[in-house]
Design a protein around this ligand. Sequence first.
Ligand code: 5AD
Ligand code: SF4
Length: 449
Amino acid sequence: MKHYYIKTFGCQMNVYDSERIADILQTLGYREASSPREADLIIFNTCHIREKAAEKVFSDLGRINLIKEERREQGKETTIGVVGCVVQAEDEQIAKRAPFVDFATGPLTYHRIPEILAKVNRKKGIPVIDTEFPAESKFDFLPQNSNSLSCAFLAVQEGCNNFCTYCVVPYTRGAEYSRPVKEIVEEARRLVQNGALEINLLGQNVNSYHGEDTAGKERPLSYLLRELAKIDGLKRLRYTTSYPADMTDDLIECHRDLDKLMPYLHLPVQSGSDKILKAMNRRHTSSDYLKVIEKLHKANPDIGMSSDFIVGFPGETDEDFQATLDIVNQVKYIQAFSFKYSRRAGTPAALLKNQIEEKVKKERLDILQNLLFSYQLKFNKDSVGKIMPVLFESRGRGRNQLFGRTPYMQNLHAELDKSCLNKIINIKITEATTNSLIGVMEGGTPCQK
Ligand code: 5AD
Ligand code: SF4
């Protein structure tokens, strides 16, 4: 029997894609290996969003080649494949910098892996590279999502037409595409039958979703959420990542009407400065963004916000950076991701003359992160003493520890019997740090079922 090992870099969409690749490989008779050394097929699912992410892929590939050589000395052949956004953007670089790679395929063509593997066997030594933007949708060719996790991802939309001037996604993931409503509802039902309690709908620009229903009518994300909320057994819904200008009133109303929709929203603002937002080609100002948040809070006063930030975008002055700090102080994010601007070849911002020095970027990132962490810590500390329903999705670090998430996506560890795994349990929060909570089962009675 042949074994595969997949290493995933980057976003949740890549995690989803890796799970689908595993499904394909299982239909081909492969089983999962516990480490790359035991694998006949090693696949890297890659990320190109920032330079650091892409460089990590190349350095890790070098290490994998050593394993390939070690295995060869033991008389075992290893196929190495690279999948995802680095392939779409740098197919020639892969052939040059990692000539030992046997195949490479972009994020929209990995459903062709069975044919690609057959070609690899025929064309020994010549890498097979497929970076087409295919006319067909990969979703029509993927085997059923066989995920059996309590906390599942479901891709509903892919690609992006926004063309933020710093971002590679419109070039690596291509134009926006929404999957039909029926296909998504069926996949969600299967996930729930396999034990999913929570489904996180994924898309690069998930709230611009406009998939067709069976009558051929285009439906927005709010419609999809309302349909999915009807599924018995499904307890929690989330969606990510949203674009501020596409937060329509019908979608905001879902946060008022749907109990299953969790009170947490990742809504990247990127910068608090209108000048920088314009240069980024974002279709919103800081006040548009704040208005959306106000409406969300009216719909559900409990909602906790999360965001992405970029510091040191070309032309960012101290005042522009201060505007970013101001928006953080207004929104008081409960979680956030922040990055130094990374100059990506092929994007319009890479050509701007007024690039910011690395030292300034680093200083601004430190200041921003300290501020963000202070709000995150405050939110977590304020959770102490509260009772929250926690979905325990995996084993924790300690022997009798389980790991779960609160409705606000906070990480939580608790000493619990393993029979509590894949259940939602009321937990009293006892301790908090910036990144996680500790809690005990409310009432202290051990989990029975
Ligand atoms: N440099 C830094 N951060 C970036 N992001 C996207 N492109 C870049 C870039 N060139 C960030 C944005 C986005 C997140 C996924 O990654 O904040 O929301
Ligand atoms: Fe990139 Fe902007 Fe599209 Fe997000 S909305 S994927 S940042 S182009």
